[in-house]
Write a protein that binds this ligand. Structure first.
Ligand SMILES: CC(C)(COP(=O)(O)OP(=O)(O)OC[C@H]1O[C@@H](n2cnc3c(N)ncnc32)[C@H](O)[C@@H]1OP(=O)(O)O)[C@@H](O)C(=O)NCCC(=O)NCCS
Length: 178
């Protein structure tokens, strides 16, 4: 995709606030440590929303995200700023295909300092492209009714409310086009 950023799944984008180029790429086992640092650095609010509850074992969570990389229907995307040889993760999405339900499911987060700059939408778009390339036709997600950010992002990305949620959560889905 890019000579400058090997492994990028979409063209790198310039983000003025990040003071450099942002690359969205597939995670590999060598990312566990940096991903764990990233999760630890999220605000408590963002972390609780990302994991839909409190978690503290971020080394384990990061290892789980990356361990399944390479298995069919599974991938983790990282958004990373690269400047002066330093790589810093500022966003991620974890995708799993449920063969029984015949749809992909995901969880996503963007570092607090980089939220509301369009990065979440870019990660979602890269994830959808990747899922469509794998032949998947539908992506679904469940989020808390109180999570205005995720509901807003999903709406902007073209997801619709399936009505299958309950009083606490909203169930969202999008059909992928190839
Ligand atoms: C949800 C999240 C990933 C969005 O990432 P982001 O980079 O801030 O999103 P974007 O900047 O691409 O925003 C895209 C759209 O989402 C909606 N949105 C984003 N933040 C919002 C907010 N705080 N309130 C309402 N809508 C919001 C808007 O429609 C926005 O478009 P606009 O800026 O043109 O109005 C981010 O807020 C986050 O990491 N939250 C904590 C973790 C989480 O809740 N994950 C979801 C559950 S897995």
């Amino acid at each position: 995709m890019s000579q400058l950023f090997p492994g990028a799944v979409v063209e790198p984008v310039e983000l003025a606030e990040a003071n450099g180029m942002v690359c969205i790429r597939t995670a590999s086992v060598s990312d566990v440590q940096n991903l764990s640092v990233y999760f630890t650095g999220l605000s408590t609010t963002s972390r609780n929303k990302r994991f839909m509850g409190a978690r503290t074992d971020f080394a384990l969570v990061a290892a789980e995200c990356v361990a399944r990389t390479g298995r069919p229907g599974y991938f983790t995307l990282l958004a990373e700023v690269r400047q002066q040889g330093q790589h810093t993760i500022i966003g991620e999405a974890n995708y799993t295909y449920d063969a029984t339900a015949r749809h992909g499911e995901f969880a996503i987060s963007v570092a607090d300092a980089f939220q509301r700059l369009g990065l979440g939408l870019q990660i979602m778009t890269a994830m959808e492209t990747r899922a469509a390339d794998l032949g998947h036709e539908m992506i679904a997600a469940e989020t808390a009714r109180t999570n205005a950010e995720m509901r807003g992002l999903a709406k902007k990305a073209g997801f619709r409310d399936t009505g299958l949620g309950d009083w606490q959560s909203v169930h969202l889905a999008k059909r992928l086009s190839r």
